[in-house]
Write a protein that binds this ligand. Structure first.
Ligand SMILES: Cc1cc2nc3c(=O)[nH]c(=O)nc-3n(C[C@H](O)[C@H](O)[C@H](O)COP(=O)(O)O)c2cc1C
Length: 355
């Protein structure tokens, strides 16, 4: 394991050896991946949106049993029990609270009062400005090439515009996988990088091997951003289901949608009224179509079927575009070591261009 080669505002703020973050990924970023990252000197972030509060507590305890290094938890600020989840983080001395959507100023203040570092994710400079005013310690940007729910602005444009907008440390995510990317992000002025898909494709990730192989078989055109699955722009692998949903008209989409909904209703053991209730709530909140409503209600179950249960035909597999340039499954330690060693070499080489 390499010693510290790069000291940045992120390594200082959080107390990690390397400016590399393993981002929160629903169903993927569990205790094994997070502790693997933490023990390798990076910042691992547990994904909690797909966990009950009891499961979250058990996961935090498990990570603490596997590592003494700092780690974080990714939370949904709009979750009904967000407050209780934050209390759990405080109680267990978790170092970092990461948020998919902007948390309220009072929540930020409370977490900071208890010594947590608050890092919301942002997709626009104005959102970065807002959370910085509210006291966030740093922000993570996710460029459009990133996996999961994503915006359309690429990392190369989003990163400098957020850096111009705020004075707090900025972590760059979306499309990163190696040391050249880390060196480039640091040269822009970022404090470190976040990687999702790259960490999903490591030995420490608990995603079943067959599904990892399926990811690795996709090229750079092997992902697509669509709002046809759950009503929000979502980058995922280009699977048969996703093709059917994106390339056909609304009426034709209803066929595969209903087939999937029936299958996942069976799997999730949710009743039709419960599925419809969830779907209707989403339709009300986000103005989704009837077909999206049915799919949106069970998107988490569809993701779980692939990412946890290993069903390679599940059809909904969140992924960054970066999947197309990946061809191996390193351990977290191998990955982080090679990223920081290569970044240091790149920065040294580039400084040789100075006249
Ligand atoms: C399988 C998967 C699940 C994800 N789940 C979440 C999530 O639950 N919360 C979140 O804030 N971001 C989530 N994301 C986005 C990642 O945290 C991260 O921002 C993104 O993957 C970065 O882009 P990259 O994949 O190009 O590295 C997810 C991404 C993937 C690939």
């Amino acid at each position: 394991m390499v010693e510290q080669l790069l000291r940045t505002p992120l390594t200082e703020l959080v107390g990690v050896r390397h400016p590399v973050v393993q981002t929160g990924m629903g169903w993927v970023a569990g205790p094994r991946l997070v502790s693997g990252t933490a023990n390798a000197g990076g910042l691992g972030i547990l994904a909690s949106a797909t966990m009950t509060i009891t499961e979250l507590e058990a996961a935090i305890v498990e990570v603490k049993g596997r590592t003494d290094a700092p780690f974080g938890v990714n939370l949904r600020a709009d979750a009904a029990d967000a407050q209780q989840r934050c209390d759990l983080l405080i109680e267990h001395g978790v170092k970092v609270a990461s948020f998919a959507l902007a948390p309220k100023p009072e929540l930020i203040a409370r977490l900071k009062e208890h010594g947590l570092v608050v890092i919301p994710s942002v997709g626009l400079p104005k959102h970065a400005r807002k959370v910085a005013e509210w006291g966030a310690d740093a922000v993570m940007i996710q460029g459009g090439e990133g996996g999961g729910h994503t915006g359309s602005v690429p990392t190369t444009l989003l990163l400098p515009s957020v850096l111009d907008a705020v004075d707090i440390p900025v972590i760059a995510a979306g499309g990163f996988f190696d040391g050249r990317g880390l060196a480039a992000a640091l040269s822009y002025g970022a404090a470190g990088i976040g990687m999702g898909t790259r960490f999903l494709l490591t030995q420490d990730s608990a995603v079943p091997d067959a599904v990892k192989e399926l990811y690795l078989s996709h090229d750079v055109n092997g992902t697509v951003v669509t709002d046809k699955v759950d009503g929000m722009p979502h980058r995922m692998l280009r699977t048969k289901l996703v093709e059917e949903l994106t390339e056909t008209g609304a009426l034709k989409r209803l066929g595969p949608t209903m087939r999937r909904t029936r299958a996942f209703k069976k799997e999730s053991q949710m009743s039709w009224p419960a599925l419809l209730k969830d779907g209707r709530a989403m339709k009300k909140a986000q103005g989704r179509t009837l077909a999206q409503m049915a799919l949106a209600a069970n998107t988490p179950m569809m993701l779980k079927a692939g990412l946890v249960e290993g069903d390679t035909s599940a059809g909904v597999l969140a992924s960054g575009q970066v999947v197309g340039v990946l061809d191996d499954l390193p351990s977290c330690a191998e990955l982080i070591d090679r990223v920081v060693i290569e970044a240091a070499e790149c920065l040294r080489r580039a400084s040789g261009y100075l006249v």
